[in-house]
Design a protein around this ligand. Structure first.
Ligand code: GLC
Length: 411
């Protein structure tokens, strides 16, 4: 788990046949996640399959995506090798419903991603929908009748062989990211876990393998726990409201909001797996790129407050505009919506650490913290947010402390 514990921030990529439809079917806007469109709009199998002929994403560049991920301050990349629609983006002998055999592009996208991840020193992770498969006659299909299906046959014919291919043909895989284990019993999930570990012992397995068999917890999509959690965990999350590309979903979070979420996650001991959904031509939506560029810029100067940090006990006087993160001998105080806080006096009562040094992480300029006393006689830190600064979203005060841990005194 070392890299997972240290790195905190990674890229999720949802790409597949659904990207061609971009949320629309027969001219109609289909509600919900775009990658669910086959199920939601009840698209007949042969019609959905026909999308293969249009799948030729000339702009898809694993190299470019990985180069960007690196630049965005991320350390792992998780790519959808097969989503619920059953279409594989890799060369599979187990099932010919895949990009190499069925599409004009004839490309193996998993291979391209694996190679690019290695080139840019990113941990390569693979998403695989292990239970839902709307193409295989015996694959599970949510919200539909699965009564007459032979689910075991699907597992034997498709799921297990494909997982084997993924873990045999693409070098080191750092994580198998499973999803929606609907219809799977404990034995089936355990068996899958055993298969993964027998092929690559160091390959992590996310929480959605089901039956609490994951190496760590995967939260609900976009849900951030309100308190620190001991066990390792990760939040899979979007920048808008869909995973696969959806042309009509323009409700993007801004970089400040994403940074705020990243800080809250990291402060509580979690990891952030943030998604992009490339368009049908394989290009990254401009909006995603702009948001992630800005987040990446902040991480370039303030990454020390994120990487290798660990959960911090909530500060008793937590306020909406402050988030703390922490690592040995360092406390980071993040002032959110910094522009609105310019010049403000901030008082932090009841902190019991001794200060060695304080500086603004964004600019590396020294900062001044005055130590005062609360009415009850406890130590209290006072500092002023500068009047002028470049930073648009978050100002970060780094405090080096004599003590290894963050210390508070009871009221
Ligand atoms: C969901 C959806 C899926 C998406 C995933 C990402 O459970 O079923 O479409 O891939 O979350 O976390």
């Amino acid at each position: 788990m070392d890299w997972f514990n240290e790195k905190k921030y990674g890229l999720f990529i949802h790409f597949g046949l659904y990207s061609v439809l971009a949320g629309k079917y027969k001219g109609k806007e289909i509600p919900g996640h775009s990658e669910w469109i086959m199920n939601t709009a009840k698209i007949p199998k042969d019609e959905y399959e026909a999308l293969c002929r249009q799948f030729d994403p000339k702009q898809f560049s694993a190299d470019l995506i990985c180069k960007k991920a690196k630049d965005w301050g991320m350390h792992n990349v998780c790519f959808t090798s097969k989503h619920h629609d059953g279409f594989a983006l890799f060369d599979s002998k187990a099932d010919d419903y895949n990009s190499v055999i069925r599409t004009p592009s004839k490309r193996d996208y998993v291979k391209e991603m694996a190679e690019a991840c290695r080139k840019y020193n990113l941990k390569f992770c693979i998403y695989y929908s292990q239970a839902q498969d709307w193409h295989h006659p015996d694959g599970f299909s949510a919200y539909n009748d699965n009564k007459d299906k032979n689910f075991t046959r699907y597992l034997e014919e498709k799921c297990r062989p494909q997982v084997k291919e993924l873990l045999t043909n693409y070098g080191e895989v750092h994580m198998l990211w499973f999803d929606t284990p609907m219809g799977m019993n404990y034995e089936q999930c355990y068996d899958l876990r055993r298969l993964v570990k027998s092929l690559q012992a160091n390959c992590l397995i996310n929480g959605r393998i089901g039956h609490r068999l994951g190496d760590y917890l995967t939260t609900q999509d976009n849900r951030i726990p309100s308190f620190p959690i001991e066990k390792k965990w990760e939040v899979p999350a979007t920048l808008n409201h869909t995973w696969g590309y959806k042309a009509s979903d323009n409700d993007w979070a801004d970089a400040g909001t994403i940074l705020h979420r990243l800080l809250r996650i990291v402060a509580r001991g979690g990891n952030y797996l943030l998604n992009i959904g490339p368009k049908a031509d394989g290009s990254i939506p401009k909006e995603s790129e702009m948001i992630l560029d800005e987040v990446g810029l902040w991480l370039k100067t303030c990454g020390d407050a994120i990487y290798n940090s660990r959960a911090i006990e909530p500060y008793i006087y937590e306020t909406p505009e402050l988030v703390f993160t922490h690592k040995d001998h360092k406390l980071f105080i993040h002032v959110l919506n910094a522009k609105q806080q310019a010049g403000r006096k901030i008082v932090l009562p009841n902190i019991n650490n001794r200060i060695n040094k304080a500086y603004w992480l964004n600019s590396n300029k020294p900062a001044k913290i005055t130590e005062e006393k609360t009415l009850g006689g406890y130590p209290s830190w006072v500092f002023f947010v500068p009047d002028k600064f470049e930073e648009k979203y978050i100002l970060t005060l780094a405090v080096e402390t004599q003590e290894k841990d963050f210390k508070q005194v009871a009221l």
